[in-house]
Design a binder for this molecule. Structure first.
Ligand SMILES: CC(C)(COP(=O)(O)OP(=O)(O)OC[C@H]1O[C@@H](n2cnc3c(N)ncnc32)[C@H](O)[C@@H]1OP(=O)(O)O)[C@@H](O)C(=O)NCCC(=O)NCCS
Length: 180
């Protein structure tokens, strides 16, 4: 049974209270800070919600509590300037303009079904689109722990020199993803 999602901009209305990805700081950010960041333009958050018209499929798959407002996952992007010591080995100037993916998470109940990859590919596509209009050197991510870092490493993100939880996907590599 294929479970499908729509990716929608953060609108402030879906029910954020019951989002649980297993990481308290990510849950708390979505519940308490995403709205303020959206209003001030500090970051843009994209939500995964059940695809319109597919609730019956979600219910049949055992997700009885899922409704139109359930958030199944999210990511947030913002502009950033990344200092040299947070980048992987390579030829970089002192700092590099970048897109920062501050957060990406999937609801515990929906993990392991490909939604993390779907969200990551959408974030990569957005970064590639942005790079056509504004110079960026790559996509930077702050992983919350080693497990999350392993997820990003699977997609070619490289750890920084000083901190294995700060990972980088160069523009060249992200453009390769977005061109298929
Ligand atoms: C990490 C997370 C986003 C992965 O999302 P997910 O929906 O469970 O992952 P997917 O089902 O899309 O997995 C896609 C691929 O990544 C792999 N993968 C998933 N989690 C992984 C991990 N921690 N380490 C290595 N690989 C991982 C899967 O095996 C799958 O590979 P395959 O297709 O070769 O089998 C999710 O588990 C999560 O939200 N965790 C808690 C919050 C968090 O740590 N967020 C990231 C920090 S910002």
């Amino acid at each position: 049974m294929t479970l499908e999602v729509d990716l929608v901009p953060f609108a402030g209305t879906p029910s954020r209270a019951d989002f649980d990805c297993g990481n308290a700081s990510l849950n708390d950010w979505l519940r308490s800070h995403a709205s303020q960041h959206e209003k001030s333009g500090m970051s843009r958050t994209t939500l995964a919600v059940p695809k319109k018209g597919t609730l019956a499929t979600w219910h049949a798959a055992g997700f009885e509590d899922v409704d139109d407002t359930t958030i199944l996952g999210f990511f947030s992007l913002s502009a950033a300037q990344i200092p040299l010591d947070q980048l992987p080995q390579g030829k970089h100037p002192k700092s590099v303009p970048a897109i920062r993916m501050g957060r990406l998470a999937v609801h515990r109940l929906a993990q392991g079904r490909g939604f993390g990859e779907l969200l990551l590919m959408e974030a990569i596509a957005r970064a590639a689109e942005t790079s056509a209009a504004i110079g960026v050197g790559g996509l930077f991510v702050d992983a919350k722990d080693e497990k999350a870092a392993a997820f990003y490493a699977k997609y070619g993100f490289q750890p920084s020199l000083d901190d294995p939880l700060k990972l980088w996907l160069s523009l060249k590599n992200l453009l390769q993803y977005s061109s298929g």
